[in-house]
Ligand binder design. Structure first.
Ligand SMILES: [Zn+2]
Length: 127
């Protein structure tokens, strides 16, 4: 009888130790949430700096955010949905030889700007 009682107490103390070792993590979490609550303007400021700049359809002078070099952006034109719609419209108007014009023009296509030095993505223009 006595030995079984001791064993039960030992088990209880073991549970208590486990609980006390688990206590610090929730306390640390509370500190982290408090820090986040103190400075709510920091995440919004970071979002503004990360935001891609407004780009035009042509190559522009820009300071690369990746390699910090003053570069002229390398532009790659990608056919947009609007390009295909323009071509389809020209086909429907029996101007099918002109259907390729939207693919040649730059105004109907999306322009993606890259850094010529490090090939980093800089921004895009939706035509
Ligand atoms: Zn670069």
């Amino acid at each position: 009888m006595k030995t079984s009682l001791v064993q039960h107490q030992a088990d209880l103390s073991g549970v208590n130790i486990a609980e006390t070792t688990q206590n610090p993590p929730p306390y640390n979490n509370q500190i982290q949430t408090d820090l986040y609550h103190v400075g709510p303007t920091v995440p919004t400021q970071q979002f503004i700096t990360v935001q891609a700049p407004q780009m035009g359809p042509k190559s522009v002078r820009y300071t690369c955010p990746s390699c910090r070099a003053s570069i002229k952006t390398r532009v790659e034109y990608v056919s947009a949905t609007k390009t295909h719609l323009c071509a389809l419209l020209l086909c429907c108007l029996c101007c099918w030889p002109c259907a390729c014009i939207p693919y040649c023009g730059k105004s109907c296509r999306n322009a993606t700007h890259y850094c010529p030095n490090c090939s980093a993505y800089i921004g895009s223009y939706i035509g």
